[in-house]
Write a new protein. Structure first.
Length: 451
C-alpha cells in the first residue's frame, strides 16, 4: 500500500459527522467499578471511534453539555472492555445505573429512547436463554416451543416499530429485517433474487446519517455488494449510483458512502474493478463537494484515476517502443497474434523466475496463438542479455530503460514485478495482473465471449 492509499484509508476512519448533532448531558453510576474513568466511543461503520472520556466525581461519571452526532454509542472501561451500549438521539439530562459485574443489565432514567432500547434487549436476551435451554434437550420434542419463541421475537419487534415509530431504536430494528418475498415469487429463484435486489433498502433510510454510527449500515453494504449485486464492474457502478441517490440530500451520508466505496475499490480484489474507482473519482469527487476532502486529496485522487484510466479492461494498451537485444526499437504492436502477453520482469526477482518458468510450460502445451513481449526493468543490458540466453527465452525481448515512448513505470503503473497484461489481436487489454496459471482459462473465456 502506498502513502496515498494509506492516507485515504485513514481518512475514511476519521471522517467526522457534521449533521445530526445533539447537545447532550448525561451521567453514569456504576457499582463495583474500580476504574476512575470511563470511555465513550461511537460506532463508525463496523469499527469503534473514541469520542470522549469522563472521570468520576462524587461517585458519578458525568458527560456535560457535549455535542455528539446522533447514533449508537458504547461506554467502556479504561482497558477498553465494553460496559454497555446506548443511543444518543435528541434527548438530554438522562442517567444510567448499572453494576460492573452485570453491565448488560442497565437502568436508565430520563430517556425514552434508551428505556425502550433496554426493554427490547432484555426481551431478546430472555428469549435466547429459553432457546438455548430448549436446544440442549431433545430437539424434536421442542420444535413447537422453538417456533413459538421465534414468533414472539418477531411480534415484539413489530409491536415496537408500530408503537414507537419516531424512536431511532424502531428504525434500527426495522433496518435489520430481511426482505420478505411474496409467496407468489418464492418458488422462482430468479424472481426472488430480483425482488430482493429491488427492495433491499426499503427498511433502511440511507439519507439518515445516524446509521453511520451503527454497525448495521456497513454490514448491509458489505452483503449487498458482495452477495446481491452481480460481480461485474458495470453492475457495481450502477448499484453505487443507486445507493448514492438514496442517500441524498444528506451530505454526511453521501460522503460516508463515497469514502466507503473508495476504500473498497481503490485496491479491488477482482480484476477490472479499478473501473469502479475511476467512476467514483470522475463522477463524484471531481464534480461535487465531499466532506473532509481537501484540494490536495482531490488532486491525488485525480492523479490516480488518470494513471489507471488508460489501463482499464477494454482500453487499447499504451504503446511501448523499447530497445531489443539487437539494439533496435520494437513495439508490441508489430506482433501479429491472437493474443499478446506483456510481461514486466526483473532478472533479480525469484518470483519472476517462477513466473517465467510457468509461462514457458503453458506456452509449450497450448495450441493458443500467444506471443510474448517481455519487458526487462533492469538497466544492466549485458546481464539482461546473458539471462535471456541462459533461460533460452524465445520471445520478443526489450529493455524498458531505453525507450522512445514514455516511461513504462508511468504508462503501465509498474511498481513491482512480475506484472502481466494480456492483449487481444487489436491490442486491447483483456486481462491484467493475473497468475500465469489462469492464462488459458482467461483466453478460453474470452473466446466464448467473442463467439
Amino acid at each position: 500500500m502506498n502513502r496515498q492509499q494509506a492516507f485515504i484509508l485513514i481518512l475514511l476512519f476519521v471522517l467526522s459527522a457534521l449533521k445530526g448533532i445533539s447537545q447532550v448531558s448525561f451521567d453514569l453510576i456504576i457499582s463495583n467499578y474500580n476504574d476512575t474513568s470511563v470511555l465513550l466511543a461511537s460506532y463508525y461503520g463496523e469499527k469503534n471511534k473514541l469520542i470522549d472520556t469522563a472521570y468520576i466525581i462524587n461517585g458519578k461519571f458525568i458527560f456535560s453539555n457535549k455535542e455528539y452526532p446522533e447514533g449508537v454509542y458504547i461506554l467502556a472501561s479504561q482497558d477498553k472492555n465494553k460496559l454497555f451500549e446506548f443511543i444518543i438521539n435528541n434527548e438530554t439530562g438522562f442517567s444510567f445505573y448499572t453494576d460492573a459485574r452485570m453491565s448488560y443489565d442497565v437502568e436508565v432514567r430520563g430517556s425514552e429512547e434508551n428505556r425502550v432500547f433496554y426493554e427490547h434487549q432484555r426481551f431478546r436476551n430472555q428469549a435466547y436463554r429459553e432457546i438455548r435451554q430448549l436446544t440442549d434437550t431433545a430437539f424434536g420434542a421442542n420444535a413447537h416451543a422453538l417456533d413459538s419463541i421465534k414468533e414472539s421475537l418477531i411480534q415484539e419487534e413489530r409491536s415496537l416499530i408500530k408503537t414507537y415509530p419516531d424512536l431511532f431504536i424502531a428504525r434500527l430494528i426495522k433496518a435489520q429485517q430481511d426482505v420478505v418475498i411474496p409467496d407468489s415469487l418464492s418458488l422462482d429463484s430468479m424472481k426472488s433474487y430480483l425482488y430482493t435486489k429491488e427492495h433491499y433498502w426499503d427498511n433502511l433510510n440511507l439519507s439518515d446519517a445516524r446509521f453511520i454510527r451503527t454497525p448495521v449500515l456497513e454490514k448491509k453494504l458489505n452483503f449487498y455488494f458482495d452477495n446481491i449485486i452481480f460481480l461485474h464492474p458495470d453492475s457495481v457502478i450502477k448499484a453505487i449510483d443507486t445507493v448514492i441517490s438514496y442517500a441524498r440530500p444528506d451530505e454526511e451520508a453521501v460522503s460516508y458512502l463515497l469514502w466507503y466505496f473508495i476504500s473498497k475499490y481503490q485496491n479491488p480484489k477482482y480484476m477490472g474493478f479499478d473501473k469502479v474507482f475511476v467512476h467514483l473519482v470522475d463522477n463524484y469527487f471531481l464534480s461535487e463537494d465531499i466532506l473532509n476532502t481537501t484540494s490536495s486529496i482531490t488532486e491525488k485522487l485525480k492523479e490516480r484515476s488518470e494513471k489507471i484510466k488508460p489501463l482499464l479492461i477494454g482500453k487499447t494498451a499504451p504503446n511501448l517502443n523499447l530497445i531489443d537485444t539487437g539494439n533496435r526499437f520494437r513495439s508490441f504492436r508489430e506482433i501479429r497474434a491472437d493474443y499478446t502477453l506483456l510481461l514486466f520482469w526483473d532478472y533479480n526477482c525469484h518470483v519472476c523466475e517462477n513466473t517465467i518458468e510457468q509461462l514457458k510450460n503453458v506456452l509449450d502445451t497450448t495450441s493458443c496463438n500467444i506471443k510474448v513481449y517481455a519487458i526487462c526493468v533492469n538497466n544492466d543490458l549485458e546481464q539482461w542479455k546473458k539471462t535471456i540466453a541462459a533461460e533460452n527465452l524465445g520471445w520478443l525481448h526489450v529493455n524498458g530503460t531505453i525507450s522512445t515512448t514514455e516511461d513504462f513505470h508511468d504508462l503501465y503503473d509498474i511498481n513491482g514485478t512480475p506484472r502481466v497484461f494480456l492483449l487481444g489481436s487489436e491490442k486491447k487489454i483483456i486481462a491484467k495482473n493475473f497468475k500465469v496459471a489462469q492464462l488459458i482459462a482467461i483466453i478460453e473465456n474470452q473466446n466464448k465471449i467473442s463467439k
